[in-house]
Design a protein around this ligand. Structure first.
Ligand SMILES: [Zn+2]
Length: 287
């Protein structure tokens, strides 16, 4: 089973952004790549009758993108800038946008905040005439949050769930155990009817949340089984595991895959998995 390409999760359609729900409009940043898909999704959140808005994940430091965000906000004053996590493709534009608008910046990591306190899971942020519930969803990174627009049941997922394919666990900051728990939590919310639409940090909007999150969980379990198998077959470090498990995936994404493999090896070790590298008899999960 090693080396196979797992089925594509999410929509294979190209994505251009635009207005997608009554309150959420995506301004697609011009930074497409294998890691960022079509580019970073910058979200403008505004209740239909509001004269203010919030911006989530300003994106890369690009003056053209800054202009596009300001234009998309139209006559609504940007009163809050929020971050789903601190990766540069989501937050490099923060300072320029804050300077252009005077809006405070809030994130889970206080190091990314400007002019206001950090976000705390369970907080409800009121901005753009909307109530945005902060869901703690560590795993992709330790500072990852999702934001639920309570009124319409849509959830901004950052890089926790992407619109196409799957995400990476950015080990050692991101932990697979945390990630699986975060997916379980989102799944429970979706199953209870509290989530109708996923608004990801990259790629198209997703309208079948339970199916998507189930597919993510299945994918992780399948990959974990492959990693365990590769170690049993004699792979001695993360790069050897990548060469076996990700053989069918373009080499461009192997460095990211290696992050994921390290996260999986650490997770297996935490679970007390006793698989050992066969030839030398030493533990195969540490390299
Ligand atoms: Zn990220």
């Amino acid at each position: 089973m090693s080396g196979r390409v797992l089925p594509v999760i999410g929509s294979a359609e190209p994505w251009h952004g635009g207005a997608v729900t009554a309150s959420a409009t995506c301004v697609l940043a011009p930074n497409p790549s294998p890691m960022t898909l079509d580019g970073t999704n910058t979200w403008i959140l505004r209740a239909p009758d509001a004269d203010t808005c919030a911006v989530v994940d300003p994106g890369p430091a690009d003056p053209v993108h800054l202009g596009a965000i300001l234009q998309a906000a139209q006559d609504a004053r940007i009163e809050a800038i929020l971050l789903t996590h601190g990766h540069p493709d989501h937050c490099d534009l923060v300072r320029d946008l804050a300077e252009a608008t005077g809006a405070p910046v809030r994130a889970l990591d206080p190091g990314h905040c400007l002019g206001e306190e950090g976000l705390v899971p369970g907080d409800v942020v009121v901005a753009g005439g909307l109530e945005l519930e902060v869901l703690g969803t560590p795993g992709h990174t330790s500072d990852s949050v999702c934001l639920r627009i309570a009124d319409e049941g849509s959830v901004l997922t950052g890089d926790t769930v992407l619109g196409r394919g799957t995400t990476v666990v950015a080990w050692p900051d991101g932990r697979l155990g945390d990630y699986l728990q975060s997916l379980d939590r989102l799944r429970d919310l979706a199953h209870a009817g509290g989530v109708r639409t996923l608004l990801p940090g990259h790629g198209p909007v997703l309208t079948a949340p339970v199916e998507i999150i189930d597919a993510y969980l299945d994918h992780r379990r399948a990959r974990l089984a492959e990693v365990r198998e590769a170690v049993q077959a004699g792979a001695v470090d993360a790069s050897e595991v990548v060469a076996i498990v990700y053989a069918a995936v373009p080499k461009q994404v192997w460095p990211a895959a290696e992050w994921s493999v390290r996260a999986q090896l650490a997770y297996l070790a935490e679970q007390g998995d006793t698989v050992r590298e066969r030839n030398s008899g030493r533990a195969g999960y540490v390299d």
